[in-house]
Ligand binder design. Structure first.
Ligand SMILES: C[S@@+](CC[C@H](N)C(=O)[O-])C[C@H]1O[C@@H](n2cnc3c(N)ncnc32)[C@H](O)[C@@H]1O
Length: 232
C-alpha cells in the first residue's frame, strides 16, 4: 500500500481531479476548438501563448486564478513514481496552483520516509486553497508553500535538491532552473511540464549544460521534458 493507493491523499486527489475537470472544462474546450479552427499544431499554439506571457505573465495567470491547470492523473502518478525511484527527500516545484501535483510529490516524500518540498505560487487565493488541500491530504507538514513570484521565492533554496518540477509560467522555466541549478544533486531529475519554450529546451538539450534529456511520450502533445543532471 502507498499514500496514493488509499487514505486521505488518495481521496482528495480523486475529488480534486473531478473539480479540476469541471472548473477548467470550458476553458480547455474553447482553447482546443480555437487551435483546431486555426489549423495550428499544439507547438504553434504554445508559441502564441509564450508571446502573450512575455508581455505580462502575471496578468496571464491572474486571469487563470480560478483554474486548476493541473497535471493529469497519469502525469501525477509518474511524478510520484519518479520521486520514489529517486528516493527523493528534497523537492522543489514551480507552480503549485491548487496543489494537485504537490500532493503527488508530497505523497512520495511520505513514502520515502519524510522530506521537504518547497513550492511556489503567485496567486494568493490558490495558495490558500492548496494549503487546505494539503491539510486534507495529511501532507502539510512536508510542504512549504511560498506565495509570490518564483523568481523571488525560489532564490534562497538551501540544501540539495533531488527533483525539480517546472510547471509555472512557460517563459520562466530557464530562469527558475538557473536559480535552483546550483542545488541540484548529481542525478537529480528536472521535469518540465508544457516545456515548449525554445530557450529552455535548447539549454537542457545542449550536452554542455550538464543534462541528459528526453521528451516524454506521456500525455502526448503536452511537451513534457525529462532531464537528469549528469554534471554539477
Ligand atoms: C499549470 S499551473 C500549475 C499546476 C500544478 N502544478 C498542478 O499540477 O496542480 C501553473 C501555476 O503557476 C503559477 N505561476 C505562474 N507564474 C508564476 C511565477 N512567476 N511564480 C509563481 N507561480 C507562478 C500560476 O499562477 C499557476 O497557478
Amino acid at each position: 500500500m502507498t499514500t496514493l493507493s488509499s487514505g486521505p491523499a488518495a481521496q482528495i486527489l480523486e475529488k480534486l481531479h473531478r473539480d479540476a475537470e469541471a472548473a477548467d472544462r470550458q476553458f480547455t474546450t474553447a482553447l482546443m476548438a480555437e487551435i483546431e479552427a486555426s489549423g495550428q499544431t499544439l507547438e504553434q499554439a504554445a508559441a502564441g501563448m509564450i508571446a502573450e506571457e512575455r508581455e505580462n505573465y502575471r496578468a496571464v495567470y491572474r486571469g487563470h486564478a480560478d483554474k486548476f491547470l493541473s497535471v493529469s492523473p497519469t502525469f501525477g502518478r509518474f511524478l510520484y513514481m519518479i520521486a520514489r525511484a529517486r528516493n527523493a527527500t528534497r523537492i522543489v516545484e514551480f507552480g503549485t496552483s491548487m496543489g494537485i501535483s504537490t500532493i503527488y510529490l508530497a505523497a512520495a516524500l511520505r513514502d520515502n520516509g519524510g522530506g521537504h518540498l518547497i513550492t511556489s505560487e503567485l496567486e494568493p487565493t490558490k495558495v490558500a486553497r492548496a494549503r487546505a488541500h494539503l491539510d486534507a491530504a495529511g501532507l502539510a507538514d512536508l510542504v512549504d508553500i511560498r506565495e509570490g513570484d518564483a523568481l523571488d521565492t525560489l532564490k534562497d533554496v538551501d540544501g540539495d535538491v533531488d527533483l525539480l518540477l517546472l510547471d509555472g509560467a512557460f517563459t520562466l522555466y530557464l530562469p527558475v532552473l538557473k536559480l535552483v541549478e546550483p542545488r541540484l544533486r548529481p542525478g537529480a531529475v528536472v521535469l518540465g511540464e508544457n516545456a515548449f519554450e525554445p530557450a529552455y529546451l535548447d539549454y537542457v538539450r545542449d550536452p554542455a549544460s550538464g543534462y541528459l534529456t528526453q521528451s516524454l511520450p506521456l500525455d502526448e502533445g503536452r511537451g513534457n521534458e525529462f532531464s537528469v543532471r549528469t554534471e554539477t
